[in-house]
Design a protein around this ligand. Structure first.
Ligand code: ADP
Length: 287
């Protein structure tokens, strides 16, 4: 059942000289099983949008619902609906506070009202998902871990709440390439196993192209494009440029090769492009 935004408008600092309307009548629907990347220039409204999806901000106009339940109501059904949306903020390791990895990850699922056995199972599952060995890490202080490991603890805390919709705001920011790939590998595994929806806010076009099944392009507080990433990066380049964005480098490289007479297909995967180039070379040598 879907997460739904209906005609949502939101203005910061209303009635002051700093008033800023960050969302203008946004409507969209996200189903479980979708992997949605949200891209847009800084200040376009991405963060405001996902804070509405998770119930942290209330719309001035319009509504946000999960399975038809208004996320912003003050009743038990609304609380349950909000609990079905998990949000991993930017630099989530800054919110780590507990003395042990176990306690930090357990906090969310306890808060959700799970009993001790269920909490224990959720913590173990979440740690397994993010690749932290239970026996080695559960009792350690999260503050003595590496940056990549701390980020995994923070992500595990949200995964432990077993959300149906998982929002990740720039989850790879500040990580080295290896930790970045590891985080995405784990998110993909979770996405595939649990059939949840993943909503990924990113500046990185390559990430959007590689992982998402759907792309939302935000500009000036509106969704200006909504579709399959490959189609948007192929057929809507001008709109992306107009909104101060660009296609991923791997697409640009393919375009450049094509312009130089090397007939390659555009693909989100650098490895797939490399394979095509090697095959062309092999064919040329065979001539
Ligand atoms: P993004 O996540 O795409 O960078 P935001 O949703 O953070 O964009 O911001 C959208 C607009 O709202 C921007 O113009 C920004 O300056 C403004 N804005 C964001 N947060 C606040 C705030 N707390 N108070 C006032 N204006 C804000």
């Amino acid at each position: 059942m879907p997460l739904n935004l209906q005609n949502v408008t939101f203005t910061y600092m209303k009635g002051t000289p700093f008033e800023k309307t960050a969302l203008h009548g946004v409507s969209l629907q996200i189903e479980k099983g979708e992997f949605v990347a949200v891209i847009g220039h800084t200040g376009s409204g991405k963060s405001t949008l996902v804070q509405h999806l998770s119930g942290l901000l209330h719309p001035d106009k319009g509504s946000v619902t999960v399975d038809g339940v208004n996320l912003n109501a003050k009743n038990a059904a609304a609380k349950k609906a909000r609990n079905s949306v998990g949000m991993v903020f930017q630099y989530p390791e800054h919110q780590i506070f507990a003395e042990t990895v176990y306690e930090d990850i357990a906090f969310g699922s306890r808060n959700k009202g799970l009993g001790p056995d269920e909490v224990d199972r959720a913590v173990r599952d979440a740690m397994a998902f993010v690749g932290l060995d239970f026996d080695s890490f559960a009792k350690r202080s999260p503050f003595r871990l590496s940056g990549g490991q701390m980020r995994r603890v923070a992500i595990a805390g949200v995964i432990g709440m077993e959300p149906d919709y998982l929002i990740l705001d720039e989850p790879s920011a500040g990580l080295d390439p290896r930790s970045r790939d590891a985080v995405f590998k784990e998110v993909m595994a979770l996405y595939k196993k649990r059939g949840i929806a993943v909503i990924l806010v990113t500046h990185n076009m390559e990430e959007a192209a590689r992982y998402a099944s759907r792309l939302l392009v935000i500009s000036g507080g509106q969704v200006i494009l909504d579709g399959v990433p490959h189609d948007i990066f192929t057929n809507h380049k001008d709109e992306l440029l107009a909104a101060s964005m660009d296609v991923p480098p791997v697409y640009k490289l393919a375009d450049c090769l094509n312009a130089h007479g090397l007939a390659v297909e555009r693909t989100p995967e650098l490895a797939a492009l490399e394979k095509q180039i090697l095959e062309l070379r092999r064919a040329k040598h065979a001539d």
